[in-house]
Design a protein around this ligand. Structure first.
Ligand code: MF3
Ligand code: CO
Length: 295
């Protein structure tokens, strides 16, 4: 195929995806569609970004740990816990399940998880000094490697009673992710998903961070495409079955501007000090929609 320069099997040869089926009965029709869209000037995913059935099964094994560890956090997080303790839970649970915390040592990141509290937008570093208190909202962003496959998801936790505005921000951000999931199907533009997510957040009076977004994921932590949540419908790459990526908008109660100047080199905060929330799911595009793999 000319759209990705990769070799194309003969119609009666085994499909490139390893299904064992003849190419003409497997990915042939999809490839023809992608080639046509490419020739019409669309951006289309390379075939090496499309996960095979075996890849998806392996990602699910990784995701079982990823979901399990966040379920563990959900059961144990409460007022008085430090984010360093959360980090230890994540590390212990992950290695006990024969997996590796993907964050640890990633580009020099010092911990096993990101814990972003209140005005922290992302990449909050766990610390013995950060004691969770009633009224806090905290994002726990956990990424897992098992047998070489990556899973990545994050959830918000409300500590004790939180303000009605904090609760609305957390719930709206969750709704925005759900709207993104509902929008995903093959042959649309990635920007359609972005717009669906963005609309829920902005209709509620919140703002969406532009500098960060979701990403392809599978054999690498961060693969193409970059998944923006500030792009317009009808823009960006075409979605095809087998693409695996995250939806993970960062939504601010106030302005979208972020401050990346923390001397620790990681923690990102809202410039105006307003609260920020994020939920993250990992999904795969199917023939008629998508399947959520981790949450
Ligand atoms: N988990 C983040 C994501 O959703 C990445 C964190 S990288 C780290 O893509 F180094 F900060 F941990
Ligand atoms: Co991610």
């Amino acid at each position: 195929m000319s759209y990705d320069g990769l070799e194309t099997p003969g119609r009666n040869d085994p499909c490139w995806c390893g299904s064992g089926k003849k190419y003409k009965k497997c990915h042939y029709a999809n490839d023809v569609k992608l080639e046509k869209l490419y020739n019409e000037g669309e951006e289309v995913p390379r075939r090496d970004l499309l996960k095979t059935a075996a890849d998806i099964e392996a990602i699910k094994v990784s995701a079982e740990v990823n979901i399990g560890v966040l379920d563990y956090v959900a059961d144990h997080i409460h007022e008085g816990v430090t984010t360093e303790e959360v980090d230890k839970w994540i590390y212990d649970y992950t290695v006990e399940h024969d997996a590796i915390p993907a964050d640890l040592n990633y580009e020099g990141y010092p911990n096993s998880v990101c814990t972003s509290v209140n005005d922290e937008v992302c990449h909050g570093i766990p610390s013995a000094d950060v004691v969770l208190k009633a009224g806090d909202i905290v994002n726990v962003d956990c990424s897992t490697i098992k047998n070489g496959y990556f899973s990545d998801s994050s959830r918000m936790f409300c500590i004790g009673e939180v303000s009605p505005e904090a609760k609305r921000l957390v719930e709206t951000t969750h709704e925005a992710v759900k709207a993104g999931i509902a929008a995903v199907k093959p042959w649309i533009h990635l920007g359609d998903v972005s717009a669906a997510v963005n609309k829920v957040a902005t209709d509620a009076g919140f703002s969406v961070v532009a500098e960060y977004g979701g990403h392809g994921i599978g054999k690498e932590f961060h693969e193409d495409p970059f998944v923006s949540f500030v792009e317009e419908a009808g823009t960006g790459p075409i979605l095809a079955p087998g693409m695996c990526f995250t939806i993970e908008p960062m939504v601010n109660a106030g302005k979208p501007d972020i401050d990346m100047s923390d001397p620790n080199g990681w923690t990102v905060r809202t410039v105006d000090g307003s609260l920020s929330a994020q939920w993250e799911v990992q999904l795969v595009v199917t023939e008629d929609g998508c399947e959520v793999l981790s949450w």
